[in-house]
Design a protein around this ligand. Sequence first.
Ligand SMILES: Cc1cc2nc3c(=O)[nH]c(=O)nc-3n(C[C@H](O)[C@H](O)[C@H](O)COP(=O)(O)OP(=O)(O)OC[C@H]3O[C@@H](n4cnc5c(N)ncnc54)[C@H](O)[C@@H]3O)c2cc1C
Length: 331
Amino acid sequence: MIHKLIIIGSGPAGYTAALYAARANLKPLMIDGGVGKGQEMLGAGGQLTITTEVENYPGFEHGIQGPELMRTMRKQVLRFGTEIVEDIVTKVDLSERPFKVWVGDDLYHARVIIVATGASAKWIGLPEERPVWEGGLGGAGISACATCDGFFFKGKEIGVVGGGDTAMEEAVYLTNHASKVYLIHRRDTLRASKIMQERAFKNPKIEFIWNAAVERVHDPADKRVSGVTLRDTVTGLARELPLQGLFVAIGHKPNTDLFTGQLNLDENGYLLTNHNVRTSRYGVFACGDVQDHEYRQAITAAGSGCMAAIQAERLLEAEGDTDILETPTHW
Ligand SMILES: Cc1cc2nc3c(=O)[nH]c(=O)nc-3n(C[C@H](O)[C@H](O)[C@H](O)COP(=O)(O)OP(=O)(O)OC[C@H]3O[C@@H](n4cnc5c(N)ncnc54)[C@H](O)[C@@H]3O)c2cc1C
């Protein structure tokens, strides 16, 4: 059997693509990520399953819990007839159509594919971070998303870990909420661009702590952060820093290992797409965080999922009911 459309991933992007595709009668098959692979890759529902309050997804006046939002999206796509395989795609062959998608030994064929595999925040690797990505304790004081969680730290003293553009941007943004932001960096120079460095340097609420690695966070197990132990990377000395929140801003890893060598990626591994969410391969669209290193929000992921489904529908409509599937090199 050749499916018209296979959607890989079930975050806001994948579910929105499934909703539009199912309502357009494409009978999409979604492979949802199953139980995931822990920190490296989250399972069904994606990143919002590890957070608590989501206050910036329109339509919920008083906010909604991340896992509940994702459960609702799932019910909605099931209502319109999306078929869901609860597992992980292990291999794809996009060299010709119908495309081949493997889930272990099971092989599926599709005329069109929508990739919605998302991205994962990189963490420092401390045991105290585990509750954040294992147990949905996003509100416990450790976060990897300033736009999402900054609001919860009004008037508080917080730390941001990192030395690149993301860390500078998050730190500057967080000064809109926090009374003080400590920018904690392992080295004595930054990787961030000059302009972002200058913006951070001249912000009076930001204080840089150089040559410092976070060794312990006190104590997310109590569902709050009260401080961190820092280790000086030059002298080896430890010191305590009282804090009420910690933002880890050391980058994200897009879930694109499956597509290396088959689709064009940028230098950080994100899928390259054009304004119509087309990838470099005819018949393969991508949406959400897997192709967006800039906005990384549920609503932008959902928006691009809608675009991918509409584009998929147009492509299939234009082709009609044919067995001859072309794979032009340009589109
Ligand atoms: C702690 C936290 C809090 C956040 N809070 C907010 C917030 O308040 N508001 C907001 O707008 N945004 C928030 N975000 C960001 C938001 O979660 C993301 O922008 C959004 O989830 C991206 O959606 P997505 O569908 O692109 O990808 P994801 O949510 O990352 O979902 C990707 C999906 O792909 C699946 N997948 C990956 N690889 C495979 C594979 N090989 N086979 C099958 N499936 C696969 C995964 O299992 C998952 O289901 C937060 C993020 C985090 C980490």
